[in-house]
Design a protein around this ligand. Structure first.
Ligand code: 5AD
Ligand code: SF4
Length: 471
C-alpha cells in the first residue's frame, strides 16, 4: 500500500527522471476476457486523455467497454479535484455504486485521478468506503493492470498512490475517443502553485516529454489520417524548461506545425510564460489555430497577488493586445474565479473592466472553491456566499453579451469547419471552426466526419453559429 502525503507532493527538487517504455505483464493479457467495464471521467482534457490510456489498458486485459454502469463487471471513476463540485459528483456516484454492490457483490469498483492524490479522500475511503476495491494515483496509472489484478485475485482493497512523480512512461496503449481529433500530452505537472489550485499537488512537478517522442506521436497521427491535435499540459508554455537549454514551447509549436497535421491547438497557457516567440510562430503557421485559452482569473492586482499569479492586470492586457494585434482574427477565451478570499466590490469591478476590454469569445467562470491543503485556505475568507453568487451572475451576463456580439460579427463570413457529425436534435451537421466556435450547418453535398469544409455563417447565437456549407 502507498498512501498520498501532502508534504511530499509539495516538493520540487531537481531529481532526475528517466523515460521508460511501458510493458504489459504477459500474465494479465486477456485474463479478463468476457468481462465489461464502465469508465466515468470527470474534469479536464488531461483526465480525458488519461482515460484513453486507461480504456486501452483495460482492453488489453480483455475487458470490453459498455455505457451502462449498472451492467458492468468493473466501474472505474477517473476523478477531478479542482472544485468541490467535481468532488461531490464523484462521491455521489460512489453512493450509487455502494447500493449496486449490495445487489451484485462481485462488482469491482475503482477510483483514480486527482482525488486519489488527496490525503483526505484516501483516508475517507480507508475508513468509510472499505468496499471500494482499488485506488490508484495519477503517477500510478501505468500500474493499473497489476493493481486491478491484485485487487481481484487477493480480494483485498488496494491503494497505490505515489506522492512523488516517478519516471516518465512512454508507449502506454491508447484508445482514442475520436478518429480525427487527438490529444497529445507534452508536459505533465505544474510548478506554478497558484494559491487556490490543487493541481500542483495532484499532478506533481513539471516534466516535459522528449521532443522526439512528441513529434513521433504526431507523425503517426498524421499517417493515421488525424486532422487535429490538441497538445496538452497543465501549463503548456513551460514546455522544455526542465529538459532543454534552447528548445521551448515556441520551438516545439513550430516543429509540430511543420508536420502535416492540418490543425494544432494547445492548452492551457499561463500568461506568465507566454513568449513573443510563441506569438510569432502562431501568427506564421496557418495550421496553428488562431484560438488561445488565456486564463486571467481576476482583474484586480490585489487579488492576482493573493492568487500568486505572477502578473498584473496591466501586464495581462498588454499580452492580450499583442496577441490580438499580431495574430489575425485570433479568438481568446479565459477562466475567471469570483469570490476569492479578500475580493471586494472594487476588485470585482477590475475583473469586469478586463472583461470589457478583452470582450472574450468564451469564458469559463467559477465561484472560488476552497481546496484543502492549498495556501488560499489560510487566507481570511470574508466573501459571503450570496455575494459570490451575485458576482458570478453579473459576470456571466456580461461575458454572454460579448459572446453574442462577437458571433454577430461573423454573420456572412466563411469559416473552415472540422465536421464532427450530424446533430440528431437539429438534423444538421456540426463541427468546430478554426477559432473553436461550434457551427451547425446544412450542406447540399455529402460531408463526413473528419472533413474540413467552408461554411458561410447565416445566423449567430450566444453559444453557436448556424451556416451553409459552400462549395
Ligand atoms: N476554485 C475555483 N476555481 C478554480 N480553478 C482552479 N482551482 C479553483 C478553485 N479552487 C479554476 C481556474 C482554472 C480552471 C481550470 O479552474 O479558473 O483555470
Ligand atoms: Fe493551477 Fe495555476 Fe498550475 Fe493552472 S497554472 S494548474 S491554475 S497552479
Amino acid at each position: 500500500m502507498n498512501l498520498p502525503d501532502l508534504l511530499e507532493e509539495k516538493l520540487r527538487d531537481k531529481r532526475d527522471y528517466n523515460t521508460i517504455a511501458f510493458k504489459l505483464n504477459d500474465d494479465v493479457l486477456n485474463k479478463y476476457e468476457g468481462k465489461s467495464f464502465y469508465l466515468k471521467t470527470y474534469g479536464c482534457q488531461m483526465n480525458e486523455h488519461d482515460s484513453e490510456n486507461i480504456a486501452a489498458l483495460l482492453e488489453k486485459l480483455g475487458f470490453k467497454r459498455i455505457d451502462d454502469y449498472q451492467n458492468a463487471d468493473l466501474v472505474l471513476l477517473n476523478t477531478c479535484s479542482v472544485r468541490e463540485n467535481a468532488h461531490n459528483k464523484a462521491f455521489g456516484m460512489l453512493g450509487r455504486l455502494k447500493h449496486l454492490k449490495e445487489y451484485n457483490p462481485d462488482l469491482i469498483v475503482g477510483l483514480c485521478g486527482c482525488m486519489a492524490q488527496e490525503v483526505g479522500v484516501v483516508n475517507d475511503i480507508l475508513n468509510n468506503y472499505k468496499w471500494v476495491n482499488f485506488v490508484f494515483g495519477t503517477h500510478n496509472l501505468y500500474q493499473l493492470p497489476d493493481i486491478l489484478d491484485k485487487a481481484i485475485s487477493e480480494n483485498k482493497q488496494q491503494i497505490e498512490v505515489y506522492s512523488r512523480e516517478g519516471d516518465l512512461i512512454e508507449n502506454l496503449p491508447v484508445k482514442r475517443a475520436n478518429s480525427y481529433k487527438a490529444f497529445v500530452n507534452i508536459i505533465y505537472g505544474c510548478n506554478k502553485f497558484c494559491t487556490y489550485c490543487i493541481v500542483p499537488y495532484t499532478r506533481g512537478r513539471e516534466r516535459s516529454r522528449k521532443k522526439e517522442d512528441i513529434l513521433k506521436e504526431i507523425d503517426e497521427l498524421v499517417r493515421d489520417g488525424y486532422k487535429e491535435v490538441t497538445i496538452l499540459g497543465q501549463n503548456v508554455n513551460a514546455y522544455g524548461k526542465d529538459l532543454y537549454d534552447d528548445y521551448f514551447m515556441g520551438e516545439l509549436l513550430e516543429d509540430i506545425a511543420k508536420t502535416n497535421i492540418p490543425r494544432v491547438r494547445f492548452m492551457t497557457s499561463h500568461p506568465w510564460d507566454f513568449t513573443d516567440h510563441m506569438i510569432d510562430v502562431i501568427a506564421k503557421y496557418p495550421n496553428i489555430m488562431p484560438s488561445i485559452h488565456l486564463p486571467v482569473q481576476s482583474g484586480s492586482n490585489k487579488v492576482l497577488k493573493l492568487m500568486g499569479r505572477r502578473y498584473t492586470k496591466e501586464e495581462y492586457l498588454e499580452l492580450f493586445d499583442k496577441i490580438k494585434e499580431k495574430i489575425p482574427n485570433c479568438m481568446v477565451s479565459t477562466d475567471i474565479i469570483v469570490g476569492f478570499p479578500g475580493e471586494e466590490e472594487e476588485d470585482f469591478l477590475d475583473t469586469l473592466d478586463v472583461v470589457n476590454h478583452c470582450k472574450y469569445d468564451n469564458a469559463f467562470t467559477f465561484i472560488y472553491s476552497e481546496r484543502e491543503g492549498t495556501p488560499a485556505c489560510k487566507l481570511k475568507d470574508n466573501v459571503k456566499q450570496e455575494v459570490r453568487e451575485e458576482r458570478l451572475q453579473r459576470l456571466n451576463e456580461i461575458v454572454n453579451k460579448y459572446f453574442l456580439e462577437n458571433n454577430k460579427k461573423l454573420e456572412g463570413k466563411i469559416l473552415p469547419v472540422l465536421v464532427e457529425g450530424i446533430s440528431s436534435k437539429k438534423n444538421m451537421y456540426f463541427g468546430y471552426s478554426d477559432t473553436n466556435k461550434l457551427v451547425n450547418f446544412t450542406s447540399d453535398v455529402e460531408v463526413k466526419p473528419g472533413d474540413i469544409v467552408d461554411v458561410k455563417i447565416t445566423n449567430s447565437k450566444t453559444w453557436s453559429l448556424d451556416g451553409e456549407a459552400s462549395k
